[in-house]
Design a protein around this ligand. Structure first.
Ligand code: AMP
Length: 402
């Protein structure tokens, strides 16, 4: 990966800085229509970039999307209700513009002093955002002198505010984008071997490209969660009522074949935790993969498997993790995910492992394990993290490169 231009390469003093951030935060609505932000992680992540530009005298103009309004003004997808929480997290007052382009935006930017922060309304209220329309991008660019992208999680989308602006303004990576890119480079770009990838989660079908790319790059691939069932079934094991994509048996065998040729060890469960259904307080038992009862479903990896995964993690210098090892939302089916995460956390704390995790439910699973702070880096990105694991070029990253 070539290096990106960062905030070290520009002095924002007195400049109007268009900063693309990810404010797609989870919210809850009360019966009076009041909105509260239920997880401020994404706001905390962008705080360093916003504060650095502001403290250096730049005018911080925040661009973000919220939900999928598809080019229409949908009041429920306005960014206005999250403004006060954002201001609390950043620790500074933030003004709001009810449009991200046009006279409203121009007036709001015109009123800014050096160091001020302004949040623009949802960029996706305009169809030109997702279409990366040239005129819309020019209208956005009219309010900026430079462009800073701090939204890695939106960088797999070639939209006006993630990619288009770089054709109009000098473009730089914000601090969070920079940290994310450095972590990803350490994880897969130029990693210290042995590299172990752990991929869990529900389905093989959503992670086919990812698995095919990983087996070419890593030394061992641990397959867990529901997707392991598809591999077990393809190898002739009876997986009972388990979540399983039987139609992908040939694909699973093909991935095993590619991995053999590439010298990548595949680590599959030897034992698992089964129950009659996925429910709290349901009776469950540990069985070998050869002995899964026909009326049972696999809901977690068993202790022998976790021990084996722990040994692979302990031998690794680098770990990339996406997806839980079991149906972690209900105890005790969180056991394997929690125990494996604890091994990775301990190895990382001891300075023996670089651990990079992200995508989908992974952040929730590792937060649940209580060790998220011990990993080298946990990405809050979903789709962008998965596309990176698939080996794809992310257009929003490519435009920042020197
Ligand atoms: P993903 O978004 O693909 O990472 O999938 C995460 C989901 O996979 C979580 O909701 C887990 O409950 C689910 N999952 C993991 N293991 C299993 C399993 N053995 N059976 C059913 N669902 C599972």
């Amino acid at each position: 990966m070539t290096q990106s231009n960062t905030l070290d390469d520009v002095n924002p003093d007195g400049k109007r800085v268009l900063v693309r951030v990810d404010l797609n935060v989870p919210i809850s609505e009360d019966e009076n229509g009041g909105v509260s932000v239920t997880d401020t992680t994404r706001m905390e992540r962008i705080a360093p970039t916003i504060n650095e530009i502001s403290d250096k005298g730049g005018k911080v103009i925040l661009l973000a999307h919220f939900g999928r309004p598809k080019g229409k003004i949908i009041p429920q997808m306005s960014l206005a209700p999250i403004l006060s929480t954002l201001s609390e997290v950043i620790g500074k007052p933030i003004a709001f513009s009810t449009d991200c382009i046009g006279p409203m935006a121009e007036a709001a930017v015109g009123a800014m002093q050096n160091g001020d922060i302004l949040l623009m309304e949802n960029t996706r209220f305009h169809a030109g955002e997702e279409a990366n329309n040239k005129q819309f991008t020019a209208d956005l660019a009219a309010n900026g002198d430079i462009f800073v992208s701090d939204a890695f999680s939106a960088s797999h989308r070639a939209h006006a505010s993630t990619v288009g602006l770089a054709a109009f303004l000098p473009a730089y990576a914000g601090r969070t984008m920079q940290a994310e890119l450095e972590a990803l480079e350490a994880g897969l770009g130029n990693p210290s071997h042995p590299v172990v990838a752990l991929v869990g989660g529900a389905k093989v079908s959503s992670k086919l490209d990812l698995l095919k790319n990983l087996v070419l790059k890593v030394d061992a691939l641990v397959i867990g969660g529901g997707m392991a069932n598809t591999f077990l079934a393809a190898q002739g094991f009876d997986v009972g009522k388990s979540l399983c994509e039987h139609d992908l048996a040939d694909t699973a065998m093909e991935i095993l074949e590619i991995s053999k040729k590439a010298g990548c060890a595949i680590v599959l469960p030897d034992d698992c935790v089964v129950a009659q259904e996925f429910a709290a307080n349901i009776s469950n038992k540990i069985v070998k993969v050869e002995q899964i009862p026909p009326n049972a479903m696999i809901l977690d990896a068993g202790p022998d498997t976790v021990h084996k995964i722990g040994e692979w993690i302990s031998r690794a210098n680098t770990l990339i993790w996406n997806g839980p090892l079991g149906a972690f939302e209900i105890t005790p089916f969180d056991r394997a995910t929690v125990d494996a995460a604890k091994v990775a956390a301990a190895q990382t704390r001891a300075g023996k492992l670089i651990s990079v995790a992200g995508g989908g439910d992974t952040v929730a699973a590792l937060n649940h394990a209580g060790i998220a702070d011990d990993f080298t880096y946990i990405s809050t990105a979903g789709g962008a993290f998965l596309e990176w694991m698939e080996g794809k070029e992310l257009p929003g990253v490519a435009v920042l490169q020197k």
